[in-house]
Structures are given as structure tokens and as C-alpha cells.
Design a protein around this ligand. Structure first.
Ligand SMILES: CCC1=C(C)/C(=C/C2=NC(=C\c3[nH]c(/C=C4\NC(=O)[C@H](C)[C@H]4CC)c(C)c3CCC(=O)O)/C(CCC(=O)O)=C2C)NC1=O
Length: 169
């Protein structure tokens, strides 16, 4: 995995360039949001179980057919697998938040995910809804904690949502 700094340096090094104005601006914006990123990640860590549970409850309230006979999250085992997946998205999302870079998501989470979901019949659209709900809950928490200028908080989750939603099946 990489972070915003190593990704940028890698790009410049591959073409033998010194850091230019664009690079400096990007680095500056990453470091300016650094403390807030760490704070947001700490908040997610401290509230992870609660966030996953609340997002799951909202999802199943909104789409109750998921937990009815025939639904993909029906049976205790699959219900637990669904919440565990939500927990994966949250944990890796918090890593990507701190890194300011999505490669950790590409490598550890998204690689082959849609194929796995398709082969198991895990429905993608409701998964997208679940991640959206969780993202909103995180943003509320971060705002309530007074972390200002936290516009970056949704980024990793938007990234996951974009990748999952991409229709190529
Ligand atoms: C760290 C990266 C990582 C991810 C992301 C991951 C996902 C993942 N989710 C799985 C299953 C699953 N995922 C779900 C999820 C859901 N079903 C629904 O109806 C909801 C919409 C949704 C929850 C929001 C369910 C129910 C299963 C079990 C499916 C089955 O075994 O029939 C499986 C199959 C193997 C298993 O059950 O453990 C994988 C690999 N595994 C990983 O290692």
C-alpha cells in the first residue's frame, strides 16, 4: 500500500522531475488535513462496533427483505457475514483516510470483490446502500466531534462505492 506522499513522489521520480507547484499544493493540502485525518480515524476506531451495528440496523430497516427467508443476509451466519463485511469497509476506510490514498482499498478490499459477491449471490446494490448509510453516520459523528473541514472523510467510502457500483457484470 502507499500513502499520498509516496504516491506523489513515485510519480515524480518515474519521470525524473523535481516537485513542482502542483505537487507542492497537493502535499500542502495533505499535511494541512493531517491532524483532522488522524482525529477522524481515532473517532472511527473508538466507535467502530457502534457504527457497524447502527448502519446494519438502518440497512435492514430500509431493506427488510435481506433478512427474511430467501434474503442474502438471512440466517445468523450470513447476517454476521454481512456485518463483518461492513466492518471491513469501515476499518480499511479508516486506513485509507489516514493514508490519503486509496491503494490499500484496491489491494486488500476491492480486488476480486465483485466477482466474489456475484458468485455467492451477495447483492451489490444493497451493499452500496449499507456503505452509504455508514458513511453518513461517520460524517455525523465527525461533525458532532467538532472536527472542522472534514470534507475528506467520505472519500474512501465514495471510492469503495464507485468501485462496487461500476457495472461490468
Ligand atoms: C478485507 C476484505 C474482504 C472483504 C470485503 C470480504 C468480503 C466477503 N464477503 C463474503 C460473504 C458475505 N457477504 C455478505 C454480505 C451481505 N449480504 C447482504 O445481503 C448484505 C447486502 C451484505 C452486507 C451489507 C454475506 C451475507 C456473505 C455470506 C454469503 C454466503 O456465504 O452465502 C465473502 C465470502 C467468504 C466469507 O463468507 O467469508 C467475502 C470474501 N472478505 C474479505 O477478506
Amino acid at each position: 500500500m502507499r500513502d499520498a506522499v509516496t504516491t506523489l513522489i513515485r510519480n515524480y521520480d518515474s519521470t525524473g522531475r523535481y516537485l513542482d507547484q502542483t505537487a507542492i499544493e497537493r502535499l500542502k493540502s495533505y499535511f494541512d488535513t493531517g491532524a483532522a485525518r488522524v482525529q477522524a480515524a481515532a473517532l472511527i476506531s473508538a466507535n467502530a462496533a457502534e457504527l457497524v451495528k447502527a448502519a446494519g440496523s438502518k440497512l435492514f430497516e430500509q431493506l427488510p427483505e435481506l433478512i427474511r427467508p430467501g434474503g442474502n443476509a438471512y440466517t445468523t451466519r450470513r447476517y454476521a457475514a454481512c456485518l463483518r463485511d461492513m466492518d471491513y469497509y469501515l476499518r480499511y476506510g479508516s486506513y485509507a483516510l489516514v493514508a490519503g490514498d486509496a491503494t490499500v482499498l484496491d489491494e486488500r478490499v476491492l480486488l476480486g470483490l465483485r466477482e466474489t459477491y456475484n458468485s455467492l449471490g451477495v447483492p451489490i446494490a444493497p451493499t452500496v446502500v449499507g456503505i452509504q448509510i455508514m458513511k453518513e453516520l461517520i460524517k455525523e459523528k465527525v461533525a458532532a466531534a467538532g472536527i472542522l473541514d472534514a470534507s475528506f472523510v467520505g472519500e474512501p467510502f465514495d471510492y469503495i462505492l464507485r468501485e462496487l457500483s461500476e457495472v461490468s457484470v
